[in-house]
Each structure stands twice: as structure tokens, then as C-alpha cells.
Design a binder for this molecule. Structure first.
Ligand SMILES: Cc1ncc(COP(=O)(O)O)c(C=O)c1O
Length: 367
């Protein structure tokens, strides 16, 4: 993989770049997988937060978007208006989160539901009851925990949540889970099995109790392509659009599947095996899982590791020849979702030049 010679000239670093050809390949591959497996694709937009990418995902056949917050949905599911690039195609959003609605969120959800189809997540009868004032405008999906031990009920816990939805006339679409325990070496297949099993159990319990359960929604990037046809009705991968060092270290993506990198200058070379880049935690993001080999990777230097990260310094260790002082290198962040959320726009690179700037429109839309 040789990125360096293809980096645009005259970059001011650090700069967060998107390689257009790789992005397109990642988008089309996942869309093709979903199509061939007859599973709907509802990509999680918290990864890219960009209208332009949401729009392309819809063009490639996505059913709608998944989002983490109402704010992301408001920005990405905006109907076409005077701005040329709004994603009018996004007419269906799923807030894949155990939403705890207050008056402000109810108002905003109600307005959103006037424009697009809105489904929200819930994992308690209490959270469902809070949706009562706008119940007729929404749908709900019950969250099940399949092994991550984050939010979600056990399959046996679905009925109380479904009964609460029935009491307030809120349409129940089905069940969803996030197999986030796929984020460990060799853990993808087991997490995909857990996901399918637990969703099937929950759906059976609902149907046996007289409820409808049409949707079984799952999918993280490490497990998405391990989903077997007929088990889930939709998948919600997010990271697949760009990939990152975590996906490379898990073996889910190759280095040349990574579509986002931070161009960064070697600003110091204090020792022969160590140099310092001008991309720190404020542009790469601070995430580092226990099994990660460093704070990020260098696209052109497979043996290099970011061993130390400060706000504006990344310290890289590399034995032997490495980049010279002043040279610009491409850093692959550990976790791309947090890296994207740190910048105002992404520089789109095609054929070695910056061809567009995409605003990270839903940046910091945390509510
Ligand atoms: C509920 C939910 N669904 C889907 C995803 C997307 O998974 P990934 O980040 O592995 O692409 C996430 C990611 O955190 C999530 O929390």
C-alpha cells in the first residue's frame, strides 16, 4: 500500500482525508453483500455524519439510516431544501438507542416524524410510556442484549416492553441488538451467532405472546458480513464505510480498504527509532481497545506504531528507515467514528487531488 505519493500536494496538516475510490468500494461491497443475502441494509450514520455519504448509501439501496441521536436524524434526514446537497432520499430513520424522551425530544421527534418515518429504540416500559404524546407518529424497536452487557433486555424481558407499547398505541416493529462483543480478536463469528440466536428467541416470545415482530435488526462492522441469510431482517454496520486500525487489527479489513486517514507532518525526530507527528488525540481520537497494538497505524509503514498520544503529538516508534523530518504521512486512526466527529469537514481525495470538502454536518449532534 503506497499512499504517500498519492497524497495531494500543498496539504496543511493535520488534515482528515477520505479516499473516494476506497469509500465507493466499501459502500458498494456492503450493499452487494446485503443484496445477495436478502438482508436490508440500514447503515449507522454516526460513523460519517455526512449528508453526501448518507445520500450515496441510499442510492445504493439502503432501506434508511440508523442514527444514535435525534440530532443526527434531524440533520441527515432533512428533506430537500435550498441547499443543493441535502439527502432527500433519507425518508426512514431508526434511532438505534434506548431513547429516554423529555419534552424537548418529544417536540423534535414529532417534527421529524412529520417529514420522515421514525423508529426509536427502547428497553423498558418506562421509556416507552414517555413516548405516549407522539405514539401515533412513531414506531418502536425493543433492544435486546446479546452479550455486550450494555443496554437491552434479555429475550424474556421483551413482553413487558411490548405491552407498554400496546397500551399507548405505539406500533412495535420488532427487536434489535448490537453485537459489540464482536470487537475482540476472533470474536466476530461468536458475536454473530449470539446476535441471531437472541433475536430469534425474542421474536419467538413476542409472537407467542400475540405481538407482531417483523424486524430483527443487528450488525456491527466486524460481524455484519458473517450474518447468515434468513436470520436477521436488517444489518446496521457503520464503520465499514471507512474502516480503521481496529478493523485492520481484527482482520475485518485490509489496509487498502481503509478510506479515511489523517495526513500528518513529521515535526520532530528526536531519536533514530522515534518520530513525532502533528496529529494527536484531538484529531485522531483517543480510543484504544485493550488488544490494540497502538494508538493508530501508518498506512505506508506497516511496522510503525503510534506508541504515545498527546493532544497535538503522536509519538511513533519504527526501527530502521522511516519518514524524514517534514515529510507528510497518512495516519489510520484506531476508531474512525470518534476521529470524524473531531473535524469540521473531510477532504475528499480522488486521483491525488482534493476534489471536494464534505462538511461533517452532524458533528457533535449528541442529543
Ligand atoms: C446500536 C448500534 N448499532 C450499530 C452500530 C454500528 O456498528 P459498527 O460501529 O461496528 O459499525 C453501533 C456502533 O456503535 C451501535 O451502537
Amino acid at each position: 500500500v503506497v499512499i504517500g505519493p498519492h497524497l495531494p500536494q500543498g496539504l496543511t496538516t493535520p488534515a482528515t482525508l477520505v479516499l473516494a475510490d476506497r469509500l465507493e468500494r466499501n459502500l458498494t461491497r456492503m450493499a452487494a453483500f446485503a443484496g445477495e443475502s436478502r438482508i436490508a441494509l440500514r447503515p449507522h450514520a454516526k460513523t460519517h455524519k455526512c449528508v453526501e455519504i448518507a445520500r450515496r448509501q441510499m442510492e445504493l439501496g439502503a432501506l434508511g439510516l440508523s442514527v444514535a441521536t435525534v440530532g443526527e436524524a434531524e440533520i441527515l434526514a432533512r428533506k430537500r431544501d435550498s441547499r443543493a446537497y441535502t439527502a432527500s432520499e433519507v425518508t426512514d430513520v431508526f434511532v438505534a438507542y434506548p431513547l429516554w424522551a423529555d419534552d424537548e425530544l418529544l417536540r423534535r421527534l414529532g417534527r421529524l416524524a412529520d417529514r420522515v418515518q421514525v423508529t426509536v429504540g427502547a428497553d423498558s416500559a418506562q421509556a416507552v410510556e414517555r413516548l405516549a404524546p407522539i405514539a401515533r407518529d412513531l414506531r418502536v424497536m425493543i433492544e435486546i442484549d446479546c452479550g455486550l452487557a450494555r443496554s437491552g433486555v434479555t429475550p424474556a424481558g421483551v413482553t413487558v416492553v411490548a405491552q407498554a407499547a400496546e397500551r399507548i398505541n405505539l406500533e412495535l416493529s420488532g427487536v434489535f441488538t448490537f453485537p459489540g462483543h464482536s470487537y475482540g480478536p476472533g470474536a466476530g463469528a461468536g458475536a454473530a451467532e449470539d446476535e441471531a440466536r437472541v433475536l430469534a428467541e425474542a421474536a419467538e416470545i413476542l409472537v407467542a405472546s400475540g405481538f407482531r415482530c417483523e424486524q430483527r435488526s443487528g450488525g456491527s462492522t466486524p460481524s455484519a458480513r458473517l450474518v447468515r441469510p434468513g436470520t436477521l431482517t436488517e444489518i446496521r454496520p457503520g464503520v465499514y464505510v471507512f474502516n480503521d486500525a481496529q478493523q485492520v487489527e481484527l482482520g475485518v479489513a485490509a489496509m487498502d480498504d481503509v478510506a479515511l486517514m489523517v495526513a500528518s507532518t513529521v515535526v520532530s525526530r528526536p531519536a533514530s527509532d522515534r518520530f513525532v507527528l502533528d496529529a494527536g488525540s484531538k484529531v485522531l481520537g483517543p480510543d484504544r481497545m485493550s488488544w490494540a497494538t497502538g494508538h493508530g497505524r501508518l498506512a505506508d509503514w506497516p511496522h510503525a506504531r503510534v506508541v504515545g498520544l498527546w493532544e497535538h503529538h503522536a509519538v511513533v516508534e519504527l526501527q530502521g528507515r522511516g519518514p524524514a523530518l517534514g515529510e507528510i504521512v497518512a495516519v489510520v486512526p484506531n476508531h474512525v467514528c470518534t476521529a470524524v466527529n473531531l473535524v469540521a469537514d473531510l477532504l475528499v481525495v480522488d486521483g491525488g487531488s482534493v476534489v471536494e470538502r464534505w462538511p461533517v454536518a452532524a458533528r457533535a449532534a449528541n442529543r
